[in-house]
Design a protein around this ligand. Structure first.
Ligand code: BG6
Ligand code: BG6
Ligand code: GLC
Ligand code: GLC
Length: 931
């Protein structure tokens, strides 16, 4: 008795040593979880992409494979929602011969697929597509639930050519051999995870799964914020520790014995799974055999006699160890086993052998207890609890069949972590039930994904659809130009009375107004001829919502007030300067300084303006104020101003494009404005609270094509007002329910349909409508439509641009959404980003299709094979959005391949262009006077 104790002194671990091992394992876990330390960590701490324990809502019919434990099974699991006990399983065991599990990998998966096929055929399950959960009890590196690359085989398996491949696709490929079967492998689950989930189905407090069987391993729920290998920090994820590899880096050398080393050398995977080899069932019998052999050799047993069986690897199995340790029959069992090994044991030999078994199995339980205690401590610390109450799901033949093992394990765990109340729950039904739960959740996620994809697909336009848009736009352009059809045309094609590009001879000092974009500005523009130098001074003013949507008189009085303020500020009071008025709304012009407002667009809705000449309205307001006089020489659309600004630098510029923002007036900004106004009633410089622009284009057209204006010579710039494209329903086929909702909620319902699909704030609104719908369908924000989400205008272009930036990590997207008051998970953030992407992509493509129509028209009109042109562009969407400009350009190239289109960003805004137009107009005015 004492002899055995002395001989196996090293295998008897004191509590002090166990606490030490526990501390070492805690450090190993930390190392495995860290991004930088994981590559060299021996305990791999593998993310499993299982994020929650079952909540009882799982249901459906599933197939399941359970491969890697002592038995290979195929199962059918039926989970129904009513009541928890409603899980029905049917299963069949299949053998796993050595030539299969240690042969060629393709044959292994072929065999697994054959067994599955056999199972399905005998149960007449071939007619329907079934989701499958694959319990695969080996270490796999997963990046999602249905993909896992085998890190290395462990235990008895060693099939060639499988390591580093995705076992899910291997199995899926093998299933292709069975054409009559349709299975969808939705989840790959380690047996520890399956065990934890099985137990959690009955006890929701279960957050750890432990296997002590052929191999040994544990998993537990870790806080996402600690898992550096997976993006996101919300909630928890199950980590498959793969604790069997503990010690592979030498961390357990001080407690390993000569027997452990010998066993390792004779194993399939020397140097690997060193902890497992001290603990699990596959090795325990062999350890005992090696010890007995050595003891016999040194004369401590059997009077020094050995048998050939005792010399043979694998002759003592773990089941023998369990039998020998059995209470009461143990001694008799021991004698029988030894006799069967060809030995002739004495009574004291039998007692000594029993003692060896106890020491070996006790060490196993002790080591497991130490590692488990480390996990429990980690859980307790993660939760910042003084006392942890939790459940551990248990499985594995050694744990289940060894008579003393569970009791010993439980006792040591409780001693090592006295501040944890642990319930050990045996998984009666193996890991399959749990795997089915994981698969059920995956199934739900897949179905949800399909719903999301369906919505996103509405925004994906085919090449044919884009060609359709281009061709319809072309038709509308022609309608707008023709006298007969003009009145009914949705694209109004307004003559601007701008006949040519600046030629560099313009000069003088001018005032300019820039109204209708994101900012309202007053500018002083000094142009010098010759060197083509332009100097500008400007001030941005706010136009409060109540003025944008008040009366016309109020609006123009406000504008004049801002001009007065600016003149004051510049020390120009009394100077009678020529003024160019950029007014970014559709105006019917009969000459350069007259413009009748056709109808407000975007965020303006001041009364008594539509149908009026806005130049007159401005003049009258100046008169009302009676402080200064101004010479209003030209009224200019922003597209025209932009074209002119760019044309001053590049004479090839014959097109002006605005792809702008529609930024809303935030309540805070409005409050700010009230303060400014009560502060003496003056407008003041302020950013960010203004109306906004839409989407529009102007271009130089041949006079002979412009039937509304007399004369056939030369060219004139046409303000297309293409925002109205589609107002006759011609693009209804690509309009979605979300576009309709945005239109209905706008100030000008039924109008500017194309603009509402292509410009900034409308895009934000479309995004918001989609998010509301997805939330309503339970696919986002936990199904809760928050007050914030109900708020119009929360998605300004700048947010869309930020969210879609490629440089932004998911967490940052989530932060932006949180800033917007949308409490989102990481999954939500991914979906929101996708939605933004789909909406802005469509906008850019639609804009591109429209522009293609214009450049193609110009090319054909001039009878050119190739047409080279520059487009001057402005607008926040174009400037700020990370992808808009690129997609727009790509689309133009694709749909107008014979045109070589250069895009030139207008850096100076349209005020400069307006001043240039004013300069030309002024010169013409003077010439007329002189004649
Ligand atoms: C079974 C599980 O009950 O236990 C398997 O269903 C698991 O998934 C096995 O691998 C572990 O124990 P053993 O002893 O069979 O390796
Ligand atoms: C500015 C121009 O740069 O861009 C304005 O000066 C124009 O005239 C505006 O309306 C368009 O962009 P946004 O995004 O400000 O509406
Ligand atoms: C081995 C495997 C591990 C599995 C365990 C129990 O350690 O590597 O994945 O969980 O055996 O079967
Ligand atoms: C709106 C206006 C148009 C303007 C465009 C860009 O579409 O109707 O005149 O050019 O917005 O600001």
């Amino acid at each position: 008795m004492f002899a055995v104790d002395r001989f196996l002194y090293h295998m008897r671990l004191s509590d002090e040593t166990l606490v030490d091992i526990m501390t070492r394992f805690q450090a190993e876990m930390e190392k495995g979880l860290g991004k930088d330390t994981n590559p060299t960590a021996s305990v791999k701490m593998l993310p499993t992409f299982v994020r929650a324990i079952p909540d009882g809502s799982e249901n459906g019919e599933f197939l399941s494979l359970d491969l890697g434990g002592s038995k290979f099974r195929v199962l059918k699991v039926q989970v129904s929602q009513e009541g928890k006990q409603n899980v029905q399983m049917e299963s069949q065991f299949y053998p796993t011969p050595n030539e299969i599990i240690r042969g060629n990998g393709t044959e292994l998966f072929g065999y697994v697929a054959d067994c599955l096929a056999d199972f399905m055929r005998t149960r007449e399950m071939t007619h329907k597509k079934l989701p499958l959960g694959f319990t695969f009890s080996f270490p796999c590196r997963q990046t999602k639930l249905d993909e896992g690359f085998l890190l290395s085989w462990t235990k008895k398996f060693k099939a060639r050519g499988v390591q580093d491949t995705d076992v899910v696709s291997r199995l899926a490929n093998a299933m292709k051999e069975h054409e009559d079967l349709d299975v969808d492998i939705l989840s790959l689950v380690n047996d520890t995870v399956g065990t934890m989930m099985t137990c959690a189905y009955d006890d929701p407090a279960c957050e750890v799964g432990v296997i002590i069987g052929t191999g040994t391993n544990a998993c537990y729920m870790e806080d996402m914020s600690n898992i550096e290998l997976v993006e996101g920090d919300e909630g928890r994820m199950c980590i498959n520790t793969e604790w069997g590899a503990f010690g592979d880096d030498g961390a357990l050398e001080d407690i390993r014995t000569e027997f452990d080393r010998e066993l390792d050398l004779g194993s399939l995977n020397p140097g690997k799974q060193l902890f497992e080899k001290m603990v699990s069932g596959l090795y325990m019998g062999e350890l005992v055999r090696l010890i007995l052999l050595k003891m016999a050799k040194v004369g401590l047993l059997f009077g020094g006699a050995k048998s050939s069986a005792l010399h043979t690897k694998g002759k003592i199995e773990t089941q023998h160890v369990a039998a020998m340790e059995k209470y009461k029959e143990g001694l008799a069992n021991t004698r029988e086993i030894l006799v069967n090994l060809g030995l002739d044991p004495s009574e004291s030999d039998c007692i000594a052998v029993q003692q060896v078994c106890t020491i070996v199995s006790f060490r196993s339980a002790n080591l497991c207890a130490a590692a488990l205690a480390a996990i429990l401590t980690r859980l307790r610390e993660n939760k910042k609890l003084a006392r942890l109450r939790t459940t551990v799901g248990m499985d594995g033949t050694l744990y289940k069949t060894h008579p003393q093992y569970p009791k010993r394990l439980h006792k040591v765990v409780r001693r090592l972590v006295p501040n944890c109340d642990v319930r050990f729950l045996l998984s009666e039904s193996g890991s399959t039930k749990g795997a089915a739960m994981v698969t059920a959740v995956a199934c739900r996620v897949q179905a949800q994904r399909k719903q999301i994809d369906k919505v996103l697909a509405l925004f994906q336009l085919s090449r044919e659809q884009l060609i359709g848009v281009r061709d319809k736009m072309r038709t509308e352009l022609e309608y707008g130009l023709k006298k007969k059809t003009h009145a009914l045309a949705t694209v109004k094609m307004l003559p601007t009375f701008v006949y040519g590009m600046p030629d560099g001879t313009e000069k003088g000092k001018f005032l300019a107004l820039d109204l209708g974009g994101t900012n309202f500005r007053v500018l002083l523009v000094k142009i010098r001829s010759g060197r083509k130098s332009v100097r500008m001074y400007n001030k941005i003013f706010a136009i409060p919502l109540e003025i944008m949507q008040g009366t016309g008189e109020e609006l123009f009085d406000h504008i004049v007030q801002c001009i007065a303020d600016f003149l004051d500020y510049m020390g120009l009071k009394g100077a009678q300067l020529p003024l160019g008025f950029t007014f970014s709304f559709p105006c019917r012009q009969t000459c350069i300084d007259k413009g009748t407002l056709v109808g407000w667009t975007k965020g303006f809705k001041a009364t008594d303006c539509e149908g009026e000449d806005v130049v007159d309205m401005l003049r009258e307001a100046i008169k009302r104020r009676n402080e200064f006089d101004l010479d209003i020489v030209a009224i200019v659309n922003d597209t025209v101003g932009t074209m002119m600004t760019c044309g001053y630098e590049d004479p090839n510029c014959e097109i002006g494009l605005i792809a702008g923002e529609w930024s809303s007036v935030t309540p805070l900004a409005r409050f700010h404005m009230t303060l400014l106004r009560s502060d003496g009633g003056h407008c003041s410089t302020a950013r960010g609270f203004s109306k906004g622009t839409g989407s529009n284009v102007c271009y130089m057209e041949e006079m002979r094509n412009i039937e509304l204006v007399d004369g056939d010579e030369g060219q004139m710039c046409i303000n297309t007002e293409w925002g109205g494209f589609g107002d006759n329903g011609c693009i209804d086929d690509i309009c979605t329910q979300y576009d309709k909702e945005v239109d209905e909620g706008s100030l000008n319902s039924g109008k500017q349909r194309y603009e509402k699909m292509t410009s900034g704030m409308y895009l934000g609104e479309i995004v918001r409508q989609i998010l509301i719908d997805l939330t309503r369908q339970g696919l986002l924000f936990r199904g809760q439509i928050s007050e914030r989400l109900r708020t119009k205008g929360i998605f300004e272009t700048k947010f869309l641009s930020q969210i879609e930036s490629d440089r932004l990590a998911l967490l940052q997207v989530r932060k932006i959404l949180q800033q917007l008051g949308l409490d989102s998970t990481c999954e939500d953030s991914i979906v929101v980003k996708e939605v933004c992407g789909a909406v802005s992509r469509r906008a850019a493509q639609l804009c591109g299709a429209g522009l293609a129509a214009i450049v193609e028209k110009r090319r054909e009109d001039q009878g050119l094979e190739h047409f080279k042109v520059t487009v001057g562009v402005d607008g926040t969407l174009y400037k700020l959005h990370p992808h808009f400009s690129r997609i727009l350009q790509e689309t133009v190239k694709e749909l107008a391949p014979q045109c070589d289109v250069t895009f030139m960003l207008s850096e100076d805004g349209s005020g400069k262009g307006a001043a240039l137009i004013t300069a030309v107009a002024k010169r013409l005015q003077q010439q007329e006077k002189e004649n």
